[in-house]
Design a protein around this ligand. Structure first.
Ligand code: GDP
Ligand code: MN
Length: 384
C-alpha cells in the first residue's frame, strides 16, 4: 500500500532523513499565501498522485514566485495526470505539495526493500538517480548495487559506508540517512522506502527530493495513522473498475447509490439529493458505450458498498442508452448481489416501459416513481 510523497517524506523525516520544508495545498489561494512560510525564492510544485514518472509528465514544476505556485496548483489540482506509470487513463490529482526548491548538483538513488528470502532489510544504491534512474529502469538497464543493512553498530556502519562509497555516496551524512530510514522502515513495517532522487545540493547537503513508502497491507491495522490512505486506495480501485466498464464514477461517503446516465443528469440528481438533505454514495455517468453487462458491474460496485442503503435509478432513455439496457444491467447486478437494497426507479424516454417491465419481471424490490423529485424524496426516506 503506497503512501503519497508528502506522507512518505513526513514518515522518513520523523526518523531523521532530511527533507525540504513544504506544505500540502488544498487550493491555489492557500498555496500562494503559504509560500511565505518556506522562506525561499524558488518553489517546486508536485502533484501527489501515487504513480511516479511525474517529472517527465509535467507533474513536477519549478517556479519563482508565489503567484506562479498558485497558477501551477490551479493547473494540476483536480486534473488527470498521465505518466509512464499510471497507465493510459492517468490518475486524478487530488492534492498538490509545495516545497522549497533545492539547488541540486547531483541525483542519487537510495532505497530500502524487504528481502523476502531472509526477512532482512535490503539497501539499494545507485550513482545515477532521479529521472535518469527511471529511464534506465524502463530500458531494463538499471545499475544499482544491493546489500543487507543490519542494526546500527560500528561494524555495520563501516560496511554500509564502504558499500555507499562504491556508489558515490560514501559520506557520513548518507550513512546516517540510511540507518535513519532503516529505523523508520522497521517501525512502520514498510515493504519499500525509496528516495529518488537523493539530492546532493550545492552546499554539500544530502536531502530526499522525492520519497515513496509502501506499507505492508496486512500490517496497516497496527498503524491506524495510515488508514485514510487505505480508504483512498480502495476508492481508487472502485473508480478504476467503473472506468474499465465505461462508467464515470466518483465514490462519495453517503447512503444513496445513484445510477444515472449522462453527466448533466448525474449532476442535477446529485444537487437535488444534497438539497433535500440526502447523502449520495457516488456520482455516476454511464457512458453511451456501456452495455447492460458493464452497467451491471457498476451497480454491483454500489451494492457491495456497506454504506449504501438504497439505490436510486434515474434514466432518460436517449438515442444511444435505452431505458431497457440500463434496467437489464440493474437486474443482473441484483441477481448476483447478496444484499438487495430497495430500489427507486424513474425511467423516461426511449424504451422506458420495457425498462420498467424488466425490473418487475426480475422481482426487484423496486418502487416506480414518475418525477425526479419524488424519486429523491423516496430514496431519502428509504435510506434513513
Ligand atoms: P517523479 O518523476 O515522479 O519521480 O518526481 P520527482 O519528485 O523525482 O521529480 C522529478 C525530477 O524533478 C527529479 O528527478 C529532479 O531532477 C527534479 N526535482 C525535484 N525536486 C527538485 C528540486 O527541488 N530542485 C531541482 N533542481 N530539481 C528538482
Ligand atoms: Mn522521483
Amino acid at each position: 500500500m503506497l503512501l503519497p510523497e508528502y506522507r512518505s517524506k513526513e514518515l522518513l523525516a520523523k526518523y531523521g532523513v532530511p527533507i525540504p520544508p513544504g506544505f500540502l495545498a488544498r487550493s491555489s489561494n492557500d498555496a500562494e499565501t503559504l509560500c511565505a512560510r518556506l522562506n525561499t525564492s524558488r518553489y517546486v510544485v508536485k502533484s501527489q498522485i501515487l504513480a511516479g514518472g511525474r517529472g517527465l509528465a509535467g507533474g513536477v514544476k519549478i517556479v519563482d514566485t508565489p503567484s506562479a505556485v498558485g497558477a501551477e496548483v490551479e493547473r494540476l489540482l483536480g486534473h488527470v495526470l498521465v505518466t509512464d506509470q499510471t497507465g493510459p487513463r492517468g490518475e486524478i490529482v487530488q492534492s498538490v505539495y509545495v516545497e522549497a526548491a533545492l539547488d541540486i548538483v547531483d541525483n542519487f538513488y537510495l532505497a530500502l526493500a524487504l528481502d523476502s528470502a531472509t526477512g532482512g532489510v535490503m539497501l539499494l544504491a545507485s550513482e545515477k538517480g532521479g529521472v535518469e534512474f527511471e529511464e534506465r529502469a524502463r530500458m531494463d538497464d538499471t545499475v544499482y548495487g544491493t546489500t543487507i543493512i543490519g542494526e546500527d553498530t560500528p561494524e555495520e556502519r563501516k560496511k554500509i559506508k564502504a558499500f555507499l562509497s562504491e556508489h558515490g555516496m560514501g559520506e557520513d551524512a548518507v550513512v546516517d540517512l540510511a540507518f535513519a530510514a532503516r529505523k523508520g522502515f522497521i517501525e512502520n513495517e514498510l515493504t519499500l522506502a525509496e528516495v529518488n532522487p537523493l539530492a546532493k545540493t550545492r552546499r554539500g547537503d544530502w536531502i530526499a527530493a522525492d520519497a515513496k513508502a509502501a506499507l505492508d497491507p496486512n500490517a496497516v491495522f497496527r498503524h491506524p495513522e495510515f488508514e485514510e490512505f487505505a480508504h483512498l486506495q480502495h476508492r481508487d480501485a472502485i473508480e478504476a473498475e467503473a472506468q474499465a466498464n465505461d462508467i464515470n464514477m466518483v465514490k462519495l461517503d453517503g447512503t444513496i447509490g445513484v445510477v444515472v446516465n449522462g453527466a448533466g443528469l448525474g449532476l442535477a440528481m446529485h444537487d437535488m439529493i444534497i438539497e433535500a438533505k440526502g447523502r449520495p454514495a457516488n456520482f455516476m455517468d454511464i457512458r453511451t458505450t456501456a452495455t447492460s453487462l458493464k452497467i451491471a458491474k457498476g451497480v454491483q460496485l454500489l451494492l457491495s458498498d456497506p454504506n449504501v442503503r438504497c439505490i436510486l435509478l434515474n434514466v432518460h432513455g436517449g438515442g444511444i442508452t435505452l431505458g431497457d439496457t440500463v434496467a437489464e444491467g440493474v437486474s443482473v447486478a441484483y441477481g448476483h448481489a447478496k444484499r438487495k437494497v430497495p430500489l427507486v426507479a424513474r425511467i423516461s424516454g426511449q424504451n422506458a416501459d420495457r425498462g420498467l417491465a424488466i425490473l418487475k419481471e426480475h422481482r426487484l424490490p423496486v418502487e416506480v416513481v414518475d418525477t425526479m423529485s419524488d424519486a429523491v424524496a423516496r430514496a431519502i426516506a428509504l435510506a434513513s
